[in-house]
Design a protein around this ligand. Structure first.
Ligand code: ADP
Length: 449
């Protein structure tokens, strides 16, 4: 069953229920007003007639204005003992009903309900007469049966109209879902992730759904492109050392004469081998982290002690006279994988040394405030230009390839890895940098308490 049909069915059922309630209400309302009106007419006529009777010389005199039948109401006169003086009643039984002054009551004769209204009228000191109004309860006043008939014809018609209207409206409002399905199918068949669902300006839920899908396609496309670049960049990075190794081998096999030259060549080959090995290791750990195949042990670690020990280790590497200082608040704990945190910090400090000023400073600081652990690495080196900042997190991205790669430095993977580690720990990383003045990388984690 399609959603369109389901909505129509629900809608029609609802309409039927609603119509039943409306019909019941109308029926009740018309019959109650009709009965009210009829009672009014009945008492009105009897009361009016009561003023048209008087006693003249001991004789009962009925005025010409006395109305014995009007609007289905019969008016009869009885003497004090209940014998009829004048008037016609629709059924003899109604004349034998006991009298009750001033009360309207319902009397059933066979299947026919009647309304009776009596008035005791004193005509002299010793003599009274009874006036009785009789009216069949059906038929007088509003024609309730006609109203009911009209309602019974109009309501089913309304329901059919509502069902057809509902079906058309449901079809129209579900049209965007069809569009979404069509585009999604086209994308999955053609593999063209650049396609998007047309978004109308309705601002309704379906427009939001289309926008969500479009955002998802955007992300998929971006990821897909990233993956493609990553593969081609990785192949490219591997090709360079590999061609150096092959060229060195060829040379060694053909032209090398002395042992010393051979050692030198092997040294070059080994260096390129290390570079390849480092690259492959990095690629593997990226994939592992992405697929979470490596079981990381997130335990409560003493971050202060860990940062201190990494700083001590890195202090020694003191390249180009750069000094490393630490401002580490003791007793800070974090739920983390210790090995990954070490890798994160080593990458940031290594960059500080690589891109730091000669005889400059690297400052590592760790503090905790307001439930946030703040770990930062600052240097006073070459810095990064503003437009480069968003790109430094991309894999294989290097600012001015010449200034790092040509010198045989990084692969452009360090910061991508740092970011991935931070995200794996539910934290975030920020960078502030000014060319010529230095950079500050700040990692923010939620405190483990
Ligand atoms: P690499 O292995 O090349 O250092 P990273 O991913 O660690 O790769 O860094 C990406 C680029 O960002 C680097 O090529 C470098 O130009 C720039 N960069 C990173 N850290 C710093 C820093 N502390 N100071 C200046 N530039 C930096």
């Amino acid at each position: 069953m399609t959603i369109k049909l389901k909505i129509t069915l629900w809608f029609t059922t609802f309409m039927i229920l609603l119509s039943a309630v409306v019909f019941a209400f109308i029926a009740f309302f018309t019959s109650s007003t009709a009965s009210q009106e009829l009672r009014g007419k009945l008492t009105g006529l009897v009361d009016k007639n009561s003023r048209e009777i008087e006693l003249d010389d001991g004789e009962l005199e009925i005025d010409d204005d006395f109305v014995s039948f009007k609007d289905g109401i019969h008016c009869l006169i009885f003497d004090q003992d209940g014998s009829k003086i004048t008037g016609y009643s629709p059924d003899g039984m109604l004349e034998r009903e006991p009298f009750r002054d001033g009360a309207i009551r319902q009397v059933q004769v066979g299947l026919e309900p009647y309304l009776l209204y009596d008035r005791l009228l004193p005509v002299s000191r010793s003599k009274s007469i009874w006036l009785r109004g009789i009216v069949p309860e059906r038929g007088g006043g509003v024609d309730t049966a006609a109203v009911n008939r009209a309602v019974l014809i109009a309501l089913p018609l309304l329901i059919v109209l509502a069902a057809v209207g509902g079906y058309l409206i449901a079809g129209r409002s579900l049209q965007p879902i069809k569009e979404i399905g069509k585009t999604a199918e086209e994308i999955s068949k053609s593999g063209d992730l650049s396609k998007r669902i047309a978004v109308d300006g309705s601002g309704d839920e379906l427009q939001r759904l289309a926008e969500i899908f479009n955002r998802m396609f955007e992300r998929l496309e971006a990821n897909f492109e990233l993956q493609q670049h990553f593969t081609s960049d990785a192949s490219h990075e591997l090709r360079t050392p590999l061609s150096v190794i092959l060229a060195q081998c060829e040379y060694a096999l053909e032209d090398v004469t002395g042992k010393e030259e051979l050692y030198e060549l092997i040294g070059v080959i080994q260096k390129q081998g290390y570079r390849m090995s480092h690259l492959i290791e990095s690629l593997l750990s990226f994939t592992r982290m992405e697929q979470r195949t490596e079981a990381y042990s997130f335990t409560r670690i003493d971050l202060s002690a860990l940062v201190l020990s990494v700083c001590r280790e890195q202090e020694g590497s003191g390249e180009r006279g750069i000094t490393l200082t630490g401002e580490i608040q003791p007793g800070i704990f974090l739920k983390a994988d210790g090995a990954l945190i070490v890798r994160l910090l080593e990458n940031l400090i290594r960059n500080g040394y690589r891109y730091g000023r000669e005889r400059g400073k690297i400052r590592v600081s760790l503090s905790e405030a307001g439930g946030t652990v703040r770990l930062s690495v600052a240097d006073d080196g070459i810095g990064i230009a503003g437009d480069e900042l968003p790109k430094i997190w991309n894999r294989f991205y290097r600012v001015e390839r010449s200034r790092s790669a040509a010198k045989g430095k990084g692969l452009g993977l360090g910061l991508a890895m740092v970011k991935q580690i931070v995200e794996l720990h539910g934290g975030r990383i920020e960078v502030k940098s000014e060319p010529g003045w230095g950079s500050v990388f700040t990692v923010l984690f939620k405190s483990a308490g």
